[in-house]
Design a protein around this ligand. Sequence first.
Ligand code: ZN
Length: 160
Amino acid sequence: MNCKNTETDSLSYIERKLTDNKIVELYEHLQECESCRDGFIMNYAIYTAISQLEHGEDFSDNYRLEAEQHLRSDYQRIVRKRHLTRFYRFVVLVLLVGTGIFLGITTSNSYLPNHLPEGQESSFRLEYYGIPEEFDPVEHAIKEYNSEMIQQIREHHTGE
Ligand SMILES: [Zn+2]
């Protein structure tokens, strides 16, 4: 965030119209920019004083402190919320990966080699548990090898 947008964002913040992302940006900018911080506190003081006057409330003792505390607590709330969201995402990811592994272990891959002359069926059946078929490099390698074998056998037969 640059100093140019800070005043507009400060006013939006004071009117409680600033988005969470912008509040974080505003807070971080005010941490390192004294003139914007002073501007923010001034606007906060004016806005709050007018509002207090309108509602017949007492004026605050220290607008500077109040403004800074206000913004800091909003900032901390947003950061906490983000950490929590990240944590939940992590939990969901772990659950998804866990489910994937579970399915991989319990899903049976079976494969019936078929390189016998037509009409005859193999009694050999390869069956194992592992990664679901379409993601399994071993499965692919076996199929590739097998089709090569079939090809060779066919060529051998026609060659005779
Ligand atoms: Zn600035």
